[in-house]
Design a protein around this ligand. Structure first.
Ligand code: MRU
Length: 498
């Protein structure tokens, strides 16, 4: 296999063959150690995303979808083992609380602009507090245990399906709370949940047609007027808890008994198949983005990139690194400058590693050297990834990205954002509405140093992402094509093709 081939086929995220664990490359150990770890409990899954063992917006989405498949399979065969969700959320709440460093605020998530910090943190905090408060009852759901469906309910397949789906939603909410900025995480969780809802809806339709005398009447208002599929897709959330509760009609009960044996098994299967589909689509999207991106540069160009938007962060070619790797496969040679990307060094640890292994000419620079290499005339284009793109083109990406865009504007260098349409969030009208994750001060003061490099009690501000103003962006390269300003129009059109 070629050098590029080895890098793009790294299997950064996959479902274990028996479907009972997600296997990831632990990116926090790279480049020193390439180690695969298995995620088979909710806690390990949350931890892996929170601690960036799996990272990069698309990879987080794929991982979360597979996590949901594993949790669903566990649920079907007797429930999630380990602590209750309440206990897990309590731990999470404390962990997120420790990360809060915004001066004068308690938020774990900062919105852009003064005075708004905390509103999103409230949502995360509320969930954690609500789920863990007091009796650990998880709002009537025993998420942690098995065999909760007693008596009549256990024999009622629709009730079982409802409980199953509610549990899956709660697991999904918890996974989503691990990292708030990358929209792909919530998007992927909601998508697999919508697939399960669709499967349930098909059940209900099948049953209603087998009820003599017209099932629609028997089912009555329980289903009528609720288009769950549309709701899930349009709102990007499963509102309404629209789960069918059957009538007591004897014919209906007979029909259900025949049809619904193992009802949750096929809901779990729907989740798994949707997770595979998300992964398959991401491979295609990265390839398409790479093709489009390659049209923007010429052989021999210097390209500056920030953070890591390569194979590890996505599937196969990656997004920002995609055109570079695809070009390399076709015999082109770019000179890439990789920002090291303080404080977690994704550029040094991951981008420089991937490109070097792929045989690409890569030069590692500290973040504060970007101006110098641009001034020297060594950079003809900037390629960066994205974690969330607002409807107007404002783009959240790794902290430091907006500084690169400002420099590029100053030096007259085109600045390109590359990402799949799943990263476009039309619900955010501008970057002001994108939640920004705040992380622990230790990442600035201690991590990667042999001894702490700052006083232990010095205040730190550690936002993981910033928002690049759309006016600094030359184009947004998606799998559906290259979006040019005005982005409100071009992004909307790209999104419609999703
Ligand atoms: O905190 P990280 O490492 O998950 O941040 C990743 C980035 O900012 C990437 O540039 C982005 O997710 C795009 S990945 C294709």
């Amino acid at each position: 296999m070629s050098e590029v081939g080895q890098i793009i086929n790294a299997d950064n995220v996959k479902l274990r063959e028996d479907g009972r664990a997600v296997i990831i490359i632990d990116q926090s150990l790279l480049p020193g150690e390439t180690k695969h770890i298995e995620l088979d409990t909710l806690e390990k899954m949350h931890d892996a995303i929170f601690h960036l063992r799996v990272r990069g917006a698309p990879a987080i989405g794929i991982c979360a979808a597979y996590c949901m498949a594993v949790l669903a399979a566990a649920e079907v065969s007797g429930g999630q083992s380990g602590r209750t969700l309440g206990a897990v959320c309590q731990a999470s709440s404390a962990m997120l609380g420790a990360a809060c460093q915004e001066p004068g605020g308690e938020s774990c998530v900062a919105r852009q602009g003064p005075g708004e910090a905390g509103s999103v943190a409230g949502a995360v905090g509320d969930f954690a507090a609500g789920a863990s408060a007091g009796d650990g009852s998880n709002h009537g759901l025993d998420i942690g245990g098995s065999g909760t469906d007693g008596g009549d309910e256990a024999r009622n397949p629709d009730r079982k399906s409802a409980v199953f789906l509610e549990k899956m939603e709660r697991y999904g909410e918890y996974l989503k709370s691990s990292r708030p900025t990358a929209v792909n995480l919530a998007w992927a969780v909601d998508r697999v949940l919508a697939a399960a809802q669709d499967a349930l809806q098909m059940d209900c339709s099948a049953r209603s047609t087998c009820i003599a005398g017209g099932g629609a009447d028997v089912l009555g208002g329980n289903v009528a007027g609720i288009d769950r599929t549309a709701e899930a897709h349009n709102n990007n959330a499963l509102g309404g808890r629209a789960v069918h509760v059957p009538g007591s009609d004897a014919a209906y009960a007979d029909c259900v008994q025949g049809v619904d044996h193992g009802c949750c098994t096929h809901l779990a299967e729907a989740i798994k198949q949707e997770a595979f589909e998300i992964h398959r689509e991401d491979i295609e999207m990265c390839r398409a983005i790479s093709e489009y991106g390659l049209t923007l540069v010429r052989d021999g160009d210097g390209i500056l990139t920030h953070c890591n938007a390569g194979p590890l962060a996505t599937s196969q070619y990656g997004t920002a690194l995609g055109p570079i790797l695809l070009g390399k496969e076709r015999g082109m040679d770019f000179k890439v400058f990789a920002d090291e990307t303080r404080p977690l060094l994704q550029g040094a640890r991951l981008t420089a590693y991937e490109l070097q292994k792929a045989g690409v000419d890569v030069t590692l620079i500290c973040d504060n050297m970007a101006s110098m290499v641009m001034k020297n005339g060594w950079v003809q284009a900037c390629f960066v990834g994205c974690d969330r793109v607002a409807a107007n083109g404002d783009t959240a990406n790794k902290i430091g990205t907006s500084g690169v865009a400002i420099l590029a504007k100053h030096y007259g260098i085109p600045f390109y954002v590359l990402g799949p349409v799943s990263t476009i969030d039309l619900n955010c009208t501008s970057g002001e509405e994108i939640p920004i994750e705040l992380r622990q001060p230790q990442e600035i003061k201690e991590k990667f140093y042999q001894t702490p490099m700052a006083l232990s009690d010095v205040k730190c501000y550690n936002p993981a992402f910033d928002v690049t103003d759309h006016r600094l962006i030359t184009a947004i390269v998606t799998d559906k094509g290259i979006c040019r300003p005005p982005f409100t129009e071009s992004l909307r059109r790209a999104k419609m093709m999703e």
